[in-house]
Ligand binder design. Structure first.
Ligand code: CMP
Length: 156
């Protein structure tokens, strides 16, 4: 059992593709554990994409992520990190395999419809940024125990 974070980005929510993308995840053995719709604020975007500061695509990426609604989803399942990334396809939609989410809904490398965590460690960090009111502890192989905190995500 593993958790990963899916972000359905503003260009996908604009396309009314949220339901179709969630269905693809569910049909591929991933279970929705948590879900929220929100708008990226400067603070959340800067934290989330801190590793990309200084890259040439950083500023346009920040602007894009703040341009509309995002859906954050915690998905669980066996090999969820790897499975989600395979389902999303290549970062560049032009290179994504047919039938993958980015081939279907991505427009270009920036407006690529979705984000999926690249490792279990990244997933943990990213989930805590998008779902700050929860602390989750991977107690055993059967799943998670969620503890609710009483803070709200700003931007929601
Ligand atoms: P994501 O999975 O959200 O992680 C980082 C994001 O930066 C990536 O998806 C793209 O949206 C964006 N990105 C990465 N590389 C490039 C690039 N070369 N040009 C434009 N945007 C990029």
């Amino acid at each position: 059992m593993e958790n990963t974070l899916l972000l359905i980005k503003p260009n996908a929510t604009e396309q009314n593709a949220v339901g179709r993308i969630l269905a693809m995840a569910e049909e591929n053995n991933m279970v929705i554990q948590k879900l929220r719709m929100f708008n990226f604020t400067d603070e959340i975007a800067q934290n989330f994409y801190a590793e990309h500061v200084g890259r040439e695509f950083y500023e346009p990426l920040m602007k894009f992520m703040k341009s509309g609604k995002t859906v954050g989803v915690v998905l669980s399942g066996d090999n969820a990190v790897k499975n989600l990334r395979a389902l999303l396809g290549n970062t560049n939609p032009e290179e994504a395999n047919p039938g993958t989410v980015r081939a279907l809904f991505g427009e270009n490398t920036r407006r690529n419809a979705c984000h999926g965590s690249d490792s279990a460690e990244s997933a943990k960090r990213e989930i805590s940024l998008i779902f700050p009111e929860y602390v989750f502890i991977n107690k055993n192989k059967d799943g998670l125990t969620w503890f609710k905190r009483f803070t709200k995500l700003s931007g929601e």
